[in-house]
Ligand binder design. Structure first.
Ligand code: O2Y
Ligand code: MN
Length: 599
């Protein structure tokens, strides 16, 4: 280790948490950075990082008149999405990780990663990034520290989490009460070589090691790695739920707000639903929508038996393409200032651009080349904006509530072109857990790999559950206890297509019509038809005033096809059997009961 590191790790700034100091020193000895910087999360620090990246040419300022405080980062063209095939859960016992995860023995994973990390920060700064997932004063929140050599990651972590001095104080206070409880995340961009890239999780050690990617979920370790993979493990041990869900508050004209948590696979419209703008007729009546979170939800039972939820994040890492005035005006309004854009295109006058943004044309594509439609889309399909949640016009003040918001309904959903109706309701909690476990969806650009292929994605957690899905389903079932006042569970599908291949449901703001029915069911006021797959609304149970649905659309959105569902339940049965004897019997029984009802 060189003198500068010895000085910084040994006698420079250090926290009052010994475990943290020792870990930073140990990482410095391994990675050999030139400098160590402990992040305080201040505006001055953020501004200095941005200026440094501008000087290095890794961050380009955008038009300061139209987009003040906005920047463009272009990632390596081979580093543009999460890499599920390089993402591992490393538990002592392979069965604990389950068939839903890639597994490696912890000793082997550490050895491989430490070989990659050896000396990798020479010539670089090692940033120590303390962060809190959730409101700083919340008993539901959990802390972590990410060590990274990427200033881009530091800047994004400041937007996405409560990062800096306040988080460090909480880590120090918790450290006084017990052993180190913070999650340790070690990250280096390495050489950005896809052949030398791994994202390893060690749930038993509450730690993460990520090497070789600077992009999104691979590098911002507070997000998918901590808040979902590690947190889902912690949640199982501590009796709560860490879920891939948005949280939205729906305020009716009487001023009553119901909070809904909804799980959709990546890039299936969670951000749009979380920031929904009601149709004009609903706005006139006084309906309002409040955004608590757009991607991750931590829930636990409160003293009254209801589930209470927080959004562990403080910002949005949203998909840019498709974000427009019609699809998500709130997101668009949020990202006019103080936003980091990644892999979007540029207009001639240096404004960000992507497919689905009206009014302007791209001049430069996401790789910085002159735009030529022959080379594909101008913006990368997984290009992103990072912005503080507080900039969203529909931001809910309850997002800061330390106790969380009470959840009235849980909604599962997928991208299904056929079979699955617009909405249906589970008969009870066990049936709802089966609906979540059986969720299927057509894949999107949010992860590397083929797009448009149907895969089962239970509770939208396939890439994110830090342990065996069979145990995860058991954990979900365990919430159904005496005294529990659990939310009702629903399934939605905004993506049903007609024979002409076009979407049958208008989606976006009109999805509020479905949420109104859901809230009506929660309150015992809305009607439904009983079927073997659950309670379905008939078309006249929803407020469809102002939208014209064809006969085909009504039949497919509100109907159910027994033969098609029989085949679907056979496939669900096979899927559950894939988890062997660990799969809870209650879920298998539920599948068999419904399959028998369909036969
Ligand atoms: O790392 C990426 O490519 C983005 S993944 C992501 C980012 C924000 C919210 N959700 C997701 C996801 O894949 O679910
Ligand atoms: Mn997500």
């Amino acid at each position: 280790m060189n003198a500068a590191v010895l000085d910084a790790a040994g006698s420079g700034f250090a926290s009052r948490n010994r475990a943290l100091n020792e870990w930073v020193a140990e990482v410095a000895r391994l990675t050999l950075p030139d400098r160590i910087h402990w992040c305080d999360g201040s505006q001055a620090e953020y501004d200095a990082l941005l200026a440094q990246m501008q000087q290095e040419g890794t961050l380009l300022p955008l038009d300061t008149e139209t987009h003040p405080g906005c920047w463009l980062h272009r990632s390596d063209p081979h580093d543009v999405a999460r890499v599920e095939h390089l993402t591992f859960v490393c538990t002592e016992n392979q069965a604990a990780a389950g068939p839903n995860n890639h597994w490696m023995a912890p000793a082997e994973a550490h050895a491989r990663m430490d070989a990659l990390f050896k000396g990798c920060m020479r010539g670089r700064t090692l940033y120590v990034v303390p962060y809190c997932m959730g409101p700083i004063d919340s008993p539901l929140a959990r802390c972590g520290v990410e060590i990274t050599d990427s200033p881009y990651v530091v800047a994004n972590m400041r937007l996405m989490t409560r990062m800096g001095a306040a988080a460090l104080v909480r880590i120090e206070e918790e450290g006084r009460k017990s052993d180190a409880t913070f999650v340790k995340g070690l990250h280096s961009i390495g050489e950005l070589d896809p052949e030398r890239r791994f994202i390893m999780h060690f749930p038993e050690e509450l730690s993460i090691k990520s090497y070789g990617s600077g992009y999104g979920g691979n590098a911002l370790l507070g997000k998918k790695c901590h808040a979902l993979r590690i947190a889902s493990w912690q949640a199982q041990q501590e009796g709560w739920l860490a879920e891939h869900m948005l949280i939205v508050g729906i305020e009716n004209p009487e001023g009553e707000t119901h909070y809904i948590a909804a799980a959709f696979p990546s890039a299936c419209g969670k951000t749009n639903l979380a920031m929904l703008i009601p149709p004009e007729s609903y706005r006139e009546k006084g309906w309002k929508v409040w955004t608590v979170g757009d991607d991750i939800c931590w829930m636990r039972p409160g003293a009254d038996g209801r589930l209470y939820a927080i959004n562990p994040e403080a910002g949005y890492f949203g998909v840019a393409p498709g974000t427009g005035a019609n699809s998500n005006a709130n997101a668009l309004a949020s990202i006019q200032r103080d936003t980091i854009y990644t892999n979007v295109a540029l207009t001639r006058d240096n404004q960000p651009w992507w497919e689905g943004l009206d009014g302007r044309v791209p001049a430069t594509d996401w790789q910085g080349k002159p735009y030529d439609p022959a080379n594909g889309p101008a913006a990368h399909p997984n290009s992103r904006f990072t912005v503080s949640a507080r900039q969203c016009p529909s931001y809910s003040q309850r997002a800061e509530d330390a106790q969380g918001v009470p959840i009235s309904a849980i909604v599962f959903g997928g991208r299904r072109a056929s079979l699955v109706p617009l909405v249906f309701e589970a008969r009870d909690w066990t049936h709802g857990v089966l609906i979540g476990a059986a969720m299927g969806s057509e894949t999107t650009a949010a992860a590397a790999g083929a797009v448009g292929v149907m895969r089962r994605d239970p509770m939208a957690m396939k890439p994110f559950c830090g342990y065996n899905f069979a145990d995860y389903f058991s954990h979900w079932l365990s919430f159904d206890q005496a005294g529990a006042k659990l939310p009702k569970i629903f399934h939605v599908n905004w993506f049903r297509k007609g024979d002409d291949g076009k979407f049958l449901w208008p989606g976006f703001g009109d999805n509020l019509r479905v949420l109104e029915w859901i809230i009506g069911r929660v309150k015992g006021e809305a009607g439904a038809v009983e079927t073997p797959i659950g309670h379905l609304p008939a078309a006249n149970h929803l407020d469809l005033d102002g939208i014209a649905l064809s006969d085909e659309a009504s039949a497919k959105l509100f109907g159910f096809d027994p033969a098609g569902w029989q085949a679907e339940f056979d496939s669900i049965g096979e899927y559950l059997d894939g988890y062997g004897r660990r799969m809870p019997q209650a879920l298998k029984d539920e599948q068999r009961r419904i399959a028998a009802g369909l036969a």
